[in-house]
Ligand binder design. Structure first.
Ligand code: HEM
Length: 455
């Protein structure tokens, strides 16, 4: 049985500078193979120490038991400030807690039900859009999944379809932004000494400024609609009208702009990556694709379905889950030890980097049965269920768990089922995909598929 693509691990030891160079190219293939077996790995350099924690108990300690002692590193902010300002993704402490108190209610179960029709519309739009491209010629599918994921965000957040002029401009600028700064997380993962000057390309600063200007425009417009009592009942209105239960304060326009920027970035890049890999995996394993199409046919009637039907798309959920295991869109996360620690009998100095790697944890050879195999049925086995609880963190875990986890687990299976019901996806043998970690896990040269109507 062919295994899904996995980047080759680094061979042998390398110098720090060589490691940095490899790391810049791709954080996945820069790592040695032993990380797929280790419980913890230490990296010592002249500037910093870094500890990759791969043991479920350690991951729990950092994310769930004592998260306040392992805050996000300030360096994450350095890389992302031009675009994200003071968004919930980069803040810590009291500011972060207040922001989450305001944002979280918008993503609760009941609200997801209200959000569902907008997601469905975006999915139906993608099915229509693909009709012109479903001619069996090689198609780069990430561009399509980015498009639909962006549409989902605009429709659910601002009740705007991506065809709206402002929405289309934000989407175009984000694409440009990624082109100018393809590896945003470098600054976060390699803590360069503070005295080293930072070079940020001018074009990157410019695209960040344009995106923020456009988002500011949208947010100001919405603020005015709220005041006039004419605002649509969507996620933006909900977030902007929710007072912090402790202080009674709401987000002002500036703070909301920061949050919109992160919803857009975190919400569309990640879902686009997962959906593209899910389609690639289904192309590699056509039996699964046919089973999924059959399930979708049974559940989706007259090209539509309701929120309560989502529970019936079980295969689709398991395929999406397995995709997030093999290709976690956020492959690594970084925290900082706020005080000296002792982890697995090693002294960990204050300020050390603590790296959590969904990529390695999800393929850990001592935890998962056949860790590199694609098997959505594994979640019906004892090993699959245990690992799902203890070694599966595509959305992180604990108090800083992804705000959009529930949202994404509706969106992903929904889009997958709609697309697979309408089209057949096949691999392009001369263009195999290879994962590489940019801002999220993407195909090194894109993800190419042949699409034809299922008929
Ligand atoms: C498959 C889709 C998604 C994946 C795999 C994913 C993954 C993650 C992960 C791993 C984190 C934690 C990062 C860290 O702590 O360093 C995170 C945070 C976050 N995500 Fe998602 N995400 C997805 C979709 C979404 C969506 C749809 C939204 C919003 C609409 C969203 C909004 C956020 C926000 C606001 C945070 C910051 C939370 C905080 O720090 O308190 N994400 N996501």
């Amino acid at each position: 049985m062919t295994l899904p693509p996995k980047p080759p691990a680094r061979q042998g030891r390398v110098s720090l500078w060589r490691y940095m160079r490899l790391f810049r190219q791709d954080i996945l293939s820069a790592q040695p193979a032993r990380l797929y077996r280790a419980w913890m790995a230490e990296f010592r350099t002249p500037f910093f120490r870094s500890y990759l924690c791969n043991q479920p108990a350690l991951v729990d300690l950092v994310l769930k038991a004592r998260p306040d002692d392992f805050p996000k590193s300030d360096r994450i902010r350095e890389g992302l400030t031009p675009l994200l300002g003071n968004s919930v993704f980069v803040t810590n402490g009291e500011t972060w807690k207040r922001q989450r108190r305001i944002i979280d209610p918008a993503f609760e179960g009941g609200r997801l039900r209200d959000t569902f029709p907008a997601m469905l519309k975006a999915g139906q739009g993608a099915v229509t859009r693909l009709a012109d491209m479903a001619d069996g010629k090689p198609l780069e599918i990430e561009a399509q999944t980015s498009h639909v994921a962006a549409d989902v965000i605009f429709r659910t957040l601002f009740s705007l379809p991506i065809e709206d002029e402002l929405a289309a401009r934000v989407f175009a600028e984000f694409r440009e932004h990624q082109r100018t700064q393809p590896v945003v997380n470098i600054a976060a993962l390699v803590p360069l000494p503070r005295w080293l000057p930072r070079f940020r390309r001018r074009r990157t600063r410019e695209t960040a400024a344009t995106i923020r200007e456009l988002i500011t425009h949208m947010t100001e417009r919405r603020m005015a609609e709220i005041e006039a009592g004419t605002a649509p009942d969507d996620l933006a209105t909900k977030i902007m009208t929710t007072p912090d239960p402790q202080s009674g304060e709401r987000f002002d326009t500036a703070e909301m702009v920061d949050q919109v920027a992160i919803f857009f970035l975190a919400g569309h890049e990640t879902s686009a990556s997962a959906l593209a890999w899910a389609l690639y995996l289904l192309a590699l394993y056509p039996d699964w694709q046919d089973r999924l199409a059959q399930e979708a046919d049974q559940v989706i009637k007259d090209d539509t379905l309701s929120f309560s039907d989502m529970g019936k798309l079980r295969l689709s959920r398991d395929v999406f889950r397995e995709t997030l295991r093999l290709y976690p869109p956020v492959p690594m996360m970084v925290r900082e030890a706020a005080c000296p620690e002792r982890l697995r009998d090693r002294d960990v100095p204050r300020g050390s980097q603590i790296v959590l790697s969904p990529w390695h944890l999800h393929r850990h050879e001592r935890l998962w049965d056949r860790p590199d195999a694609f098997d959505p049925a594994r979640y019906d086995t004892e090993n699959g269920r245990t690992c799902l609880r203890e070694a599966y963190i595509p959305f992180s875990a604990g108090q800083r768990v992804c705000t959009g986890a529930g949202f994404a687990m509706i969106e992903g299976p929904l889009l997958l089922s709609l697309l697979v019901r309408a089209y057949r996806f096949a691999i392009v043998p001369e263009r195999p995909a290879m994962p590489v970690a940019h801002l999220t896990v993407r195909g090194k040269d894109g993800i190419w598929l042949k699409v034809t109507p299922r008929g």
